[in-house]
Design a protein around this ligand. Structure first.
Ligand code: PAF
Length: 282
């Protein structure tokens, strides 16, 4: 596996592959890779010829008081995992390579509407940071396709909308969430949890499933179900941030007649902010 820290070198390398007619699949990550990330690589391999993973802990998507400094970094083990998973190339720039004029002097990509609520509300500026860095990575690597985890469902929709609005000729592929045995969605932030917190955090997925079940059986209106789910999460010792029943494509609050829905949940457990979702077709 090639490990490339510089934009020019990556462009030169990918240019060669492109001229040989190879398709390039991008897997953007912030490192600290777990099984869920490696599933993204497996999916990427099935989608084209050359898999390019990126590891960059993007300062622009962390707000004041968030965990930028503490964010787990494990470059050597990440590199080995990617190599074993069959990734062909790793782009691992430093912050100066991506933001040579500083992250605060940076053209910002802002996706309207979809980025306003839920994680956008709780983490002001977060999705601008994500959209900005992903658009840079797209311009740097110019992949044919890019793969993202569906655990970050709001992020996934925002990236799809950005690609549509800004006319990136890139297909966006979503990969299902990988879960621990108690249902907890795999995330780099699970590393912050104690064994007890990790066990209790399974309640997030259980609350999503319980709500989906009630919806399928027509029990309760949506705002009651949201309140019940938050209570369930709270009783397990977590602090809910939001629990929302939304239209799957627009993330607008779901109406009784909507058929394609997504349940979005976020909760704090100790130092970790955990998110998850469940798509429901009625
Ligand atoms: O989902 C992530 O890990 C990050 O938000 C991403 C897409 C790599 C951008 O930094």
């Amino acid at each position: 596996m090639l490990v490339i820290p510089k934009i020019n070198e990556l462009r030169a390398e990918l240019g060669k592959s492109r001229s040989q007619g190879k398709t390039i699949i991008l897997v953007p990550t912030m490192g600290n890779l777990h099984t869920g990330h490696l599933k993204l690589v497996t999916q990427a391999k099935s989608q084209g010829d050359l898999v390019v993973a990126t590891i960059f802990v993007n300062p622009l998507q962390f707000g004041a008081g968030e965990d930028l400094e503490a964010y787990p970094r494990s470059f050597n083990s990440d590199r080995n995992k990617l190599e074993q998973a069959g990734c062909h190339c790793l782009f691992s720039p430093d912050a100066n390579e991506i933001y040579p004029d500083g992250a605060e002097n940076q053209t910002i990509v802002s996706v309207a509407k979809l980025a306003v609520n839920y994680c956008g509300m709780s983490r002001p500026g977060h999705f601008e940071g994500v959209a900005t860095v992903v658009s840079k990575l797209f311009n740097i690597a110019q992949p044919n396709k890019a793969v993202f985890g569906l655990k970050d469902y709001q992020q996934f929709l925002i990236i799809k909308k950005m690609v549509y609005d800004l006319k990136f000729p890139i297909e966006i592929i979503g990969v299902e969430t990988h879960r621990e045995s108690n249902g907890l969605a795999m995330s780099s932030r699970n590393n912050y949890l104690s064994a007890e917190q990790r066990k209790n955090a399974g309640i997030i997925y259980q609350s999503l499933q319980a709500t989906a079940k009630s919806m399928r059986t027509g029990l309760g209106n949506y705002s009651e179900l949201e309140q019940q789910a938050m209570k369930m999460i709270e009783q397990a010792g977590l602090t809910p941030d939001y629990f929302a029943i939304c239209q799957a494509d627009t993330l607008e609050p779901a109406q009784a007649e909507d058929k394609e829905l997504v349940l979005l949940a976020a909760a704090y457990s100790g130092p970790a902010r955990l998110i998850d979702n469940l798509r429901v077709s009625l």
